[in-house]
Design a protein around this ligand. Sequence first.
Ligand SMILES: NC(=O)c1ccc[n+]([C@@H]2O[C@H](COP(=O)([O-])OP(=O)(O)OC[C@H]3O[C@@H](n4cnc5c(N)ncnc54)[C@H](OP(=O)(O)O)[C@@H]3O)[C@@H](O)[C@H]2O)c1
Length: 292
Amino acid sequence: MLRSKPLEVFETYDEGMTAPSIAILGAGSMGGAILRGVVASGLPTRSLIVTNRTPQKAAELTGLAGVTSVALADNPRGNHDAVADADIVLIGVKPVMVADLLRDIASSLKPGAIVVSLAAGTTLATMAAAAGEGVKIVRAMPNTPAIVRKAVTGLAANAQCTPADIAAVSAVFEAVGTVIKTDEDGIDRLSTISGSGPAYVYLLIEQLTQAALHQGFALKDARVMAEQTFIGAAALLDATGDDPAELRRRVTSPKGTTEQAIFVMQDAGLDAMFITATNAALARARELAAGA
Ligand SMILES: NC(=O)c1ccc[n+]([C@@H]2O[C@H](COP(=O)([O-])OP(=O)(O)OC[C@H]3O[C@@H](n4cnc5c(N)ncnc54)[C@H](OP(=O)(O)O)[C@@H]3O)[C@@H](O)[C@H]2O)c1
């Protein structure tokens, strides 16, 4: 089925591209967010089939327009059936399950299908060993704002993928936000910034809330101050497109109050702390990729 042309313009989706058949194997938090984004965006697709193990999870996605939602509990061959005609196969199961799932479905993949894994730490080589050496594989690293279609997604493709394949996969992730194309090492490095990044932002919000409590405000007001300041500042950045350093300077009068707070943060080594923190995340990503 070919759905109508989206209201939005997809940067990489050109009119000459054929609408793909998409299968999502494992549509939980992240796979489900991408599914909902694809549906909401109106990205043209020939078919959109999703699988989960339990009927409960499948039922949550049944009402989405143009989506066929399958529970493996009802149809044990569901993954094989879903991929049989799929041009793009998104793998949204937990990382530890990816290789087994690929080994299982390898014989049912359509020739030329692109397998796209969302799994952190599962390498292109591991997936190729499971799916077959000639299979087109892409690693995607989205982040949780995919749920509100504000994700940053890194994409790294193996050598089997053509530019047209990468453009087709990009169009899917542009349905839930912004796409950055990189190489496989770039995926691990990007994961330390945008993949883990939402957690850093929430931690900063928690800390600013604690500071507001320390200044004597009740929790309700403390949360509003901290949370709405992050939301408002991000919205201003988004709306103006200005350099964050310039936006900061506009709040920081020479010899003023903000300047005093910023001095304290800089003296505490905020710059080095972010580098050390992301280096630690990268070291762990490499350990996970090595199977540690
Ligand atoms: N959450 C994030 O922030 C994030 C960010 C980037 C990447 N990722 C990656 O996204 C992947 C999924 O994470 P998640 O947080 O979305 O996990 P999740 O919510 O647990 O979703 C996994 C889904 O896979 C389904 N499933 C399990 N085995 C299956 C099988 N054999 N065939 C089909 N479906 C199957 C599960 O269905 P049932 O519940 O019915 O068993 C579940 O709905 C992971 O590889 C993770 O590394 C997540």
